[in-house]
Design a protein. Structure first.
Length: 86
């Protein structure tokens, strides 16, 4: 199966990126290039584009797993026997 490509205008991409970063800020790590006294400054662990891609990919994977779990549960679900309730 070929990879998926999502195309959108730069205005929409900026809105999506702002929304993702607004709700899920880019993780910070200690600046690996800093040499000096504490406190050590932090930098973004990912670029904005890397973070947005990772967020979208993980979201799609999570949705797929939920769907597959639902399908598996529905496949083995046993109908209730009405005679047991009486």
């Amino acid at each position: 199966m070929p990879g998926v490509t999502i195309s959108m205008t730069s205005a929409n991409a900026a809105r999506v990126n702002a929304a993702i970063q607004g709700l899920f800020p880019i993780p910070q790590i200690p600046d690996p290039e800093y040499v000096g006294d504490p406190p050590i400054p932090t930098v973004d662990e990912y670029t904005a584009l890397e973070w947005a891609k990772m967020f979208i990919i993980k979201g799609l994977a999570r949705t797929t797993r939920r769907w597959e779990d639902k399908q598996a549960k529905d496949a083995v679900s046993i109908p209730e026997d009405p005679s047991i309730a009486t």
